[in-house]
Design a protein around this ligand. Structure first.
Ligand code: ZN
Length: 222
């Protein structure tokens, strides 16, 4: 599976299907790739992003799913704790400690809670934590779904920062950690290489720091 980061929380997973998560592109134009499925972690503008314009089959929490369906999108509504299969790709919705308003048509309305996903495709499990603070049930996400990769916010202010994300990485135990949701704006400026050094010095986990637009190939545990 190929994983590409477009900056902030936006990732593209390319395997048997193309899955785009949180399509907000802070550093450039829309990628030319047309995803098969979009997954939205919550309704804030820096996550919902270009969802309406892309107009693909979209996985989201029920409240956002219904709002997007009213705009004509084909949606797959779900909620925290549930797993669905869409075109052979599994989406397990995980909790996230964050607020969850939906910014659409210039107003903020109730958008369900905020969430993360464990996405299963081609034998790999990718955990995208969404916007969240640290919570100890991340240990359960590690035990239950055994993610191969944990994508974690480190920006601080709106989400956990590097210190909390270090503990999150250890709770989850995924062998590869990818930081996100940092340095998009000065208020969430962080040094991802300091985060990488701190984790790799004290644990067996590895951290991949990507540049916006950069891709890596993911391999399984075996
Ligand atoms: Zn948010």
């Amino acid at each position: 599976m190929r994983l590409t980061w477009f900056g902030h929380s936006c990732f593209l997973l390319e395997g048997s299907r193309k899955v785009l998560i949180d399509p907000f592109f802070p550093f450039g134009k829309l990628p030319s790739v047309q995803p098969d499925i979009i997954a939205i972690t919550h309704g804030h503008n820096d996550h919902l992003g270009e969802t309406l314009r892309l107009n693909r089959r979209t996985v989201a929490i029920n409240e956002i799913s219904k709002a997007l369906a009213r705009h004509g999108l084909q949606t797959e509504g779900m909620n925290i704790g549930g797993t669905i299969s869409v075109d052979g790709v599994t989406f397990t919705m995980t909790p996230a400690l964050h607020s969850g308003g939906l910014e659409m048509d210039g107003t903020m309305v109730y958008g369900g809670g905020a969430a993360g996903y464990v996405i299963g495709m081609d034998g790999l499990q990718v955990y995208h934590a969404g916007d969240t603070g640290l919570f100890s049930d991340m240990k359960l996400i590690g035990q239950l779904y055994r993610p191969d990769v944990a994508i974690l916010p480190i920006g601080g202010k709106f989400t956990m920062g590097p210190n909390e994300a270090m503990m999150a990485a250890q709770f989850i135990g995924a062998p590869l950690v990818i930081p996100m949701h940092y340095s998009t704006w000065p208020v969430i400026e962080q040094d991802p290489f300091a985060f990488k050094t701190a984790i790799e010095r004290t644990t067996d986990l590895r951290v991949a720091v990507l540049k916006p637009g950069e891709s890596i190939e993911l391999k399984g545990k075996t």
